[in-house]
Design a protein around this ligand. Structure first.
Ligand code: ADP
Length: 499
């Protein structure tokens, strides 16, 4: 795409070699007429000169083709109209013929020029329409204002021969980047203030040497453009620049709306999360708190009347409910943190050590010593937050202990680029169709008589995803389920392990 204007492509502007072309055409016509001197009439010779005029009108600018028309009439008169080799004309008939020929030649050259101008304008308009279409297509894919800026500079630069610059309005209402040439910022600011195109041919600020155009969509202005080296007569060029800027303005407006919508969605999501947590807290936290308060006040007020066994039962109930409350609080806070993109403390971790530490803790609650583990040695390290991974594994093991009465197996395997930690149990399994729903916060199985808030698996899933992994569940043959926590293993291991 080269910058092009109607003035470049239509007749009018004289080109250095046009004079030679006119001279050549006239010389060729004159020589042809001499060659045919004895064989054809004066009318035929006039036709030969007319042929030269038609060729000139078809090929040359207006000035050159008019010169060719005048030259043809002069040469015909000089060489071929009696008295020959003078500029005089002896008969009235010849004079009329000569003037008629001159007039026809001038009309032809005028018509030829007009035709070429229209053709050139049509071609230029077609090219500009294609450019606008291409710009609209590329703007549709732009996701950031910086991309719009790059497209604006590219398309304006391609469409206009003079220097172009574009600046967008930042959130502070200032132009960024500021224009380099002195006064350019002032022009851009003025066109933004007036929300109109300024410069030659616009009727506003005609003294400027460039067009200043707002990037505008309806009432929203996203920036401004400056196109230098323009002529006040180039209406089509100005309209094209305005069309480009309108497309840019609409794209900026679309991005602004999308950003606003994203921000409101984030806010709505945050409010939803808060509401969900408030609802959960009010429902799930109250029960254990009420139990603790009841047991504690009985112990406080009626300790003398209670048997040691009852006192023991109340104390155990307080410890049990407090433990439940602690897990609930931990899970709730973790989920809130992860859902609001809390920071992860990633570090190279040995899964063998992580699993060992978790098993040591969980086995204290596993009176039946049901958990077995299968962890191969020589596993690669994983980039993980040890506290979070431990919490996820503890939740999965606690669920297995809670929902099954038989043996539980924790197995670590390397599956391609992922490390999988699976917890297999022989519990009731997950109902068909509920395999995804159980990972949503506060979702519990329908048949659950066991105690819980439906948060454990949601936290595990959030932890897996925060690590770029996934938690899935599958049913086991022979009954029970396998929860598999998969997290990516990086190919670049730290030096100590790689050697
Ligand atoms: P909670 O256990 O507190 O209800 P979870 O998010 O840990 O919350 O689990 C959600 C639901 O998934 C549970 O209510 C239960 O129906 C089901 N579930 C979880 N783990 C198991 C398991 N190991 N076996 C069978 N069902 C399970």
């Amino acid at each position: 795409m080269n910058p092009e204007t109607v003035a470049d492509t239509v007749p009018g502007a004289r080109r250095p070699h046009d004079g030679w072309v006119v001279a050549g055409l006239l010389a060729a016509a004159t020589l042809a007429c001499f060659a045919l001197d004895d064989h054809v009439s004066l009318t035929s010779r006039a036709m030969v000169f007319m042929l030269a005029v038609v060729v000139a009108a078809y090929k040359l600018p207006w000035v050159a083709s008019a010169a060719c028309a005048v030259g043809s009439a002069t040469l015909l008169n000089f060489f071929f109209i009696a008295p020959r080799f003078t500029l005089q004309v002896d008969s009235r008939e010849n004079l009329v013929a000569l003037f008629t020929m001159l007039t026809v030649a001038l009309v032809i050259s005028h018509l030829g020029t007009a035709l070429r101008r229209e053709t050139a304008t049509a071609r230029l308009n077609e090219r500009r329409a294609r450019e606008l279409q291409q710009l609209a297509g590329e703007l549709a894919a732009a996701a950031r204002p910086e991309q719009v800026l790059v497209l604006a500079r590219r398309f304006l630069g391609h469409s206009f021969p003079g220097p172009c610059s574009v600046a967008l309005l930042g959130p502070d209402g200032q132009l960024a980047p500021p224009g380099q040439a002195s006064g350019m910022d002032d022009g851009m600011r003025a066109c933004i203030r007036e929300a109109a195109t300024l410069g030659p041919g616009t009727g506003r600020w005609p003294g400027l040497n460039a067009w200043y155009l707002p990037l505008r969509a309806d009432t929203h202005i996203g920036g401004a453009a400056c196109v230098q080296g323009v002529a006040s007569s180039d209406h089509e060029g100005r309209e094209h620049a305005q069309a480009i800027c309108a497309l840019l303005g609409q794209a900026l407006w679309r991005l602004r709306l999308a950003a606003d919508m994203h921000a409101s969605e984030e806010q709505a999501h945050w409010h939803r999360t808060q509401n969900t947590f408030l609802a959960a807290i009010s429902h799930d936290f109250r029960t254990p708190l009420a139990a603790i308060m009841g047991a504690a006040s009985s112990l406080q007020t009626q300790r003398d009347k209670l048997s040691p066994a009852e006192q023991e039962r109340l104390t155990a109930s307080i410890a049990n409910e407090a433990g439940h409350l602690s897990t609930l609080t931990e899970n709730t806070l973790q989920l809130a943190r992860l859902q609001n993109r809390g920071e992860l403390h990633l570090d190279w971790q040995s899964m063998e050590e992580l699993v060992g530490a978790v098993l040591a803790r969980v086995r204290q609650r596993d009176a039946g010593r049901r958990i077995r583990s299968k962890v191969p040695s020589g596993l690669p390290l994983v980039k993980a937050d040890p506290v979070l991974i431990a919490q996820a594994l503890e939740n999965l093991l606690d669920n297995a202990l809670k929902y099954s009465t038989q043996g539980i197996e924790l197995e670590v395997t390397l599956a391609g680029p992922r490390m999988e930690v699976a917890v297999h149990d022989r519990g009731p399994g997950i109902a068909a169709g509920a395999e995804l729903a159980i990972f949503e916060p506060f979702r519990r199985g329908d048949q659950d008589a066991t105690r819980g808030a439906g948060l454990g698996l949601a936290v595990c899933q959030a932890i897996a995803r925060a690590h770029g992994g996934e938690l899935t569940v599958r049913s086991r043959e022979g009954g029970g389920s396998s929860f598999v926590l998969a997290i990516p293993v990086e190919a670049d291991q730290p030096a100590a392990v790689a050697t």
